[in-house]
Write a protein that binds this ligand. Structure first.
Ligand SMILES: [Zn+2]
Length: 225
């Protein structure tokens, strides 16, 4: 008599203390970082001087950074682990679902030099209970600029050249956390000669170490109300 078994199971569950039926709450101080390796799948991004596709180099940087952050006990959620196609809305949905404290969207470029940091060009807006999806980042612009500032300071300290910018970024514009697009470009001498390609392992490791240090720095900053 299956229905009796179900009824009994229900009675046992009902007899348990309420707390035992609920999943344990996540620790309040859990610091979650979302790493978003840009492009992937049918979207290759740019092509680097070595012939490597941007989508591949971006994933390599994401893996490097993830291992540095997890080694420092920071929880990392990635938007992709493989060569998969992801639309911007899906990337934002992953970041928002993870309740991230920050998101770094990782790009690799053959043009420019050093590291380019981009914050959404949305005008800052008050946070509301329901933010429009396409412009949800507006409530986080101030914190995103603070994150870009922390990244800028740490990257400069590590001897990397940094360029800051604002632009419309479909995925980032929908994220409800401090979010910055990080684009790794070649390291260049003063005359513009490339001294390290953006898929060079040593250069990527140096950039990833500086980015990880910046995340730690940002985590220790007092939160704004
Ligand atoms: Zn890109």
């Amino acid at each position: 008599m299956r229905w009796i078994e179900w009824a009994l199971a229900g009675a046992v569950l009902a007899a348990l203390p309420a707390a035992a039926q609920q999943p344990p709450a996540a620790p309040a101080n859990r610091f979650v970082v979302v790493l978003d390796a840009a492009h992937g799948g049918t979207d290759s991004g740019g092509t680097l001087a070595s012939g490597q596709l941007e989508k591949t180099a971006a994933l390599t940087l994401s893996v490097r950074l993830r291992s540095l952050l997890t080694a420092r006990s920071i929880a990392v959620v990635t938007t992709r682990e493989f060569d998969t196609t992801l639309d911007p809305d899906r990337r934002a949905a992953i970041a928002n679902h993870a309740n991230a404290q920050l998101c770094l969207s990782l790009h690799i470029s053959e043009s420019g030099s050093g590291i380019h940091l981009f914050v959404s060009s949305l005008a800052p807006a008050q946070s509301k209970l329901f933010m429009p999806w396409k412009t949800a980042q507006a409530a986080w612009i101030t914190r995103s600029l603070a994150l870009a500032g922390a990244l800028n300071a740490t990257l400069l300290h590590a001897g990397l050249n940094v360029t800051l910018g604002r632009t419309s970024l479909p995925g980032l514009d929908s994220m409800t956390c401090p979010a910055v697009a990080v684009e790794l470009a070649p390291e260049r001498a003063r005359d513009g000669t490339v001294t390290a390609e953006p898929d060079d392992a040593t250069y990527q490791a140096k950039a990833a170490a500086a980015l990880a240090a910046a995340v730690l720095e940002f985590r220790s900053e007092p939160r704004q109300p």
